[in-house]
Design a protein around this ligand. Sequence first.
Ligand SMILES: Nc1ncnc2c1ncn2[C@@H]1O[C@H](COP(=O)(O)OP(=O)(O)OP(=O)(O)O)[C@@H](O)[C@H]1O
Length: 301
Amino acid sequence: MTTTAVEFDQVHKAYGEVRAVDGLSLALYPGETVALLGPNGAGKSTTLDLLLGLRNPDSGSVRLFGGGPREAIVAGRVGAMLQSGGLMDEVTVAELVRLACDLHPRPYRPSDVLARAGITQLADRKVDKLSGGQAQRVRFALATAGDSDLIVLDEPTTGMDVTTRQGFWATMREQADQGRTVLFATHYLEEADAIADRVLVLHRGRLLADGTAAEIKAKAGVRRISFDLEAPVDETALRALPFLTTLTVSGATVRIQSTDADATVHALYGLGVYPRNIEVAGLGLEQAFVAITEAEEARTS
Ligand SMILES: Nc1ncnc2c1ncn2[C@@H]1O[C@H](COP(=O)(O)OP(=O)(O)OP(=O)(O)O)[C@@H](O)[C@H]1O
């Protein structure tokens, strides 16, 4: 049996009345790159805090590599890059990275850590003089100061420019290819789509979807239909098409979202109109995410 890297079993965590994590169960395995998505306040940071033992669950259990979070962290099995992680002032980047290496039970050489994070040229810079994107790279260096089995990243690429971001993900990919588990929370859905093997969608502390990006898109169950009309058509007739969820008409072009594209297109021909350039496509991850979370909002409100 494969040992899980991370296992949550019915985990609850509330702050007063707010149920930040509400009965969360999940298992992550070695070598997986997993994106944690969710709207603001969905419970992503709380989940990562629980995972890292920074907070204790009110009930349920959190296991890392079969033991408690602290045990795994003390053993150097976890590297983390948190959103809120303040960097020590008055020290240089090299000093800070050296300290992280000294503290890690299975450290890498500080010069290698600096090089991998692309910050060798910043080694002598004081930490409080860094730009936002540079500070992110330093946090990343601290998360990869040693040979950890699990790397946890909370919105790691915020503030990074496009080139830095690409370099960052290439390095992360290497880490996962070496059998490490990489878990990252993000608001950039295109990143989750491009990088993650698996996407977890959180909403109000619960897991709404868990699968590959393709599976999440399919789960939304909505398809996009677009076509051009040669002659104007009464919008009321279009709006009455079966399974239609949205309709946008701009000039001669009509865009529809439908929960049953075949039936909608069939009915469209039944209106006696002649659509040209008809295209039917699945949703992008971003649209799927919005559709899934909005459907849940509608269901629970
Ligand atoms: N220390 C705290 N005290 C009280 N409430 C908190 C605390 N931390 C978080 N919350 C609340 O718990 C819920 C989950 O917050 P959390 O920060 O885990 O969400 P998130 O998904 O990381 O959000 P974001 O995308 O905005 O970073 C929110 O409603 C938040 O207001």
